[in-house]
Design a protein around this ligand. Structure first.
Ligand code: PEP
Ligand code: MG
Length: 593
């Protein structure tokens, strides 16, 4: 009997899988560095170009497989990789390096990959930073093809297995035959990595960031992979096995039941109705939004339009994206947030000055009001798209009333020029602001008179209110959504909005966390906008409470003085209703390896 071990990583796709491990060697391969003779340069360039073509072929095959498996949603990730394979920065510069420096393809590629990585390294935002891995995956793929190691190993797998690897690219994940690979575990990766997004879309249970998994697991080991808690049990004892088998059955039953929430209204037991919407970064996410029954897009982060390209997006680029979003989601509304870049979010097209305190620097609306031409291009496109459905405009990082007035002035100029050109738009398009700076909370009553809606961005509001850098790992334990200060701030915002007769949404991560649902309801938010995968669970919870219970929970919470006390109170309430999900936890009883 082999020793039972427990490894803790990050669960990215809900589901419990029990099966045999299959260790895949996906460790980085070393690029050989050679100087070549001048006469060999054309041949070397051809070798490089062939490897790039081979890489494209493999990615297209992976994409076909996705489409074939009815998982078109995440295929945009492979499109991004295919685009990178056309990227001048990488491909043409590598060819140029071979030509100029007389070195082999592997070396030239490495030099150019390092350059590109440096650019991505300067990104602070976790989501955008994780996109650097796209460059890594592409580099690795070309390198493997150059060295004759490009063939995927998954097609050789003949029986059901759980893949264990140091890292997997999204294309690797896409290629996993659904019937053979039941789950995967990787040493690397985070919740927002593309591999994780891909796994979620393909609904393959997975644990990433398990750090030492490949050291502890061998091919043939029995594994339990818990994609919810991020726990991997290696060679479980018979008792643990039995407990997990029961949990697995219960979970399967629950997943079946959860799907029923798709078409049920988001309302409490006593009929208090809220709206559940989706946050998106890409147009390609619309099918998933529809599949999960979202009542609209509560936050479209338009930053992605500016990434993976050298030049700025044109008005037409913006317009096409917004038109697709609104046509896809109509008759529901879509809230388009203007560019939230600068500071910790990076944009390659502009040479922004380095800042001491980027989170408090030239970010979001401050950037737009400085770079008015860039802002006007986006506003024109949003207005044009407003002729095709219920588009709402949202401004990020508003800290005072002057910013709103300045935006309105610019928006008016844009409207006038569109009218003069005879281009249609909705003159009544709603304008809202994100409430994510404490000063905006303090003057919420004043702001509420100027705009049509509020949306609370807790990711930033918590950062600024508690003075906790949201991307600094050493202070994450202090990042507490249930801090009494945060609850009070949210309460103030809701009060000001409702007194002025406008709606208030929440679109930070807090809105999609099941644990916070009763509190958010009790605080009387009108809309919750979240990652699509959270929608069913959030609906399930809100449909099992009365608004009275939620209000009481908030009233009791506001008498408590620490986040822990509040969390305990909420957990206790949830445990009574959902003993399975919020009850005892097997993790607490197993030794960590
Ligand atoms: C927020 O701050 O909560 C938010 C939704 O915006 P972002 O995460 O894009 O800063
Ligand atoms: Mg924000």
């Amino acid at each position: 009997m082999r020793k039972t071990q427990l490894i803790k990583g990050i669960g990215v796709t809900p589901g419990i899988i029990i099966g045999k491990a299959y260790l895949v060697d996906r460790r980085k391969i070393e690029a050989p560095a050679r100087v070549i003779q001048e006469s060999h340069i054309p041949q070397e360039i051809e070798r490089f170009q062939e490897a790039v073509e081979e890489s494209k072929k493999q990615l297209r095959l992976a994409k076909d497989k996705l489409l074939h498996e009815d998982a078109a949603g995440p295929s945009y990730i492979l499109d991004v990789h295919l685009l990178l394979l056309e990227d001048k920065n990488l491909i043409e510069n590598t060819v140029e390096t071979i030509r100029q420096s007389w070195i082999n393809s592997e070396w030239a590629l490495k030099i150019n990959l390092d350059r590109l990585r440096k650019v991505f390294d300067s990104i602070g935002d976790e989501y955008l930073k994780s996109r650097k891995t796209d460059v890594d995956y592409i580099g690795e793929r070309i390198l493997r093809n150059l060295m004759g190691k490009g063939k995927e190993t998954f097609s050789q797998i003949k029986e059901e297995v759980i893949i264990v690897a140091h890292d997997l690219s999204p294309a690797d994940t896409a290629q996993m035959a659904k019937d053979k690979v039941t789950a995967f575990v990787t040493d690397m990766g985070g919740k927002t990595s593309h591999t994780a997004i891909m796994a979620r879309s393909l609904e393959i249970p997975a644990v990433v960031g398990a750090e030492t998994a490949t050291h502890h697991i061998n091919t043939g080991d029995t594994l339990i992979v818990d994609g919810i808690t991020g726990v991997v049990v290696v060679n479980p004892s018979p008792e643990i096995m039995q407990e997990y088998q029961e949990r697995h059955r219960a979970r399967q039953q629950m997943e079946r039941e959860l799907f029923l929430y798709r078409d049920l209204p988001a309302e409490t037991l006593d009929g208090y109705r809220v709206k559940v919407l989706a946050n998106i970064e890409l147009v390609e996410e619309i099918p998933a939004v529809l599949q999960h029954g979202a009542e609209g897009i509560g936050l479209y982060r338009t930053e992605y339009l500016y990434l993976n390209r050298k030049d700025l997006p044109s008005e037409e680029d913006h317009f096409q994206a917004y038109k697709k979003v609104i046509e896809g989601i109509s008759p529901h509304p879509a809230v388009i947030r203007t560019l939230d870049i600068g500071g910790d979010k990076f944009m390659s097209q502009m040479d922004l000055a380095e800042e001491m305190n980027p989170a408090m620097g030239l970010r979001a609306i401050r950037f737009s009001l400085k770079e008015i031409d860039i802002f006007k291009t986006q506003l024109r496109a949003i207005l044009r798209a407003s002729a095709f459905g219920k588009i709402k405009l949202m401004l990020p990082m508003i800290s005072g009333i002057t910013e709103i007035r300045e935006v309105k002035k610019i928006l008016n100029e844009v409207r006038l020029s569109l009218s003069a050109e005879g281009i249609p738009f909705n003159p009544q398009m709603e304008i809202g602001v994100m409430i994510e700076v404490p000063s905006a909370v303090a003057i919420a009553d004043i702001l509420a008179k100027e705009v049509d809606f509020f949306s609370i961005g807790t990711n930033d509001l918590i950062q600024y209110a508690l003075a906790i850098d949201r991307v600094n790992e050493s202070v994450t334990h202090l990042y507490e959504p249930l801090h009494p200060a945060i609850l009070r701030l949210v309460r103030e915002v809701v009060k000001a909005a409702h007194e002025a007769g406008i709606k208030v949404a929440m679109c930070g991560e807090m809105a999609g966390e099941p644990l916070y649902v009763p509190i958010l309801l009790g605080l009387e938010l009108d809309e919750l906008s979240m990652n699509v995968l959270s929608i069913f669970r959030v609906k399930k919870i809100l449909r099992s409470y009365t608004i009275r219970e939620c209000r009481n929970l908030v009233a009791d919470s506001l008498h408590l003085s620490t986040p822990n006390e509040i969390e305990e109170l909420v957990r206790e309430s949830l445990k009574n209703k959902f003993p399975e999900e919020f009850g005892g936890n097997l993790n607490n009883r197993l030794p960590l390896s």
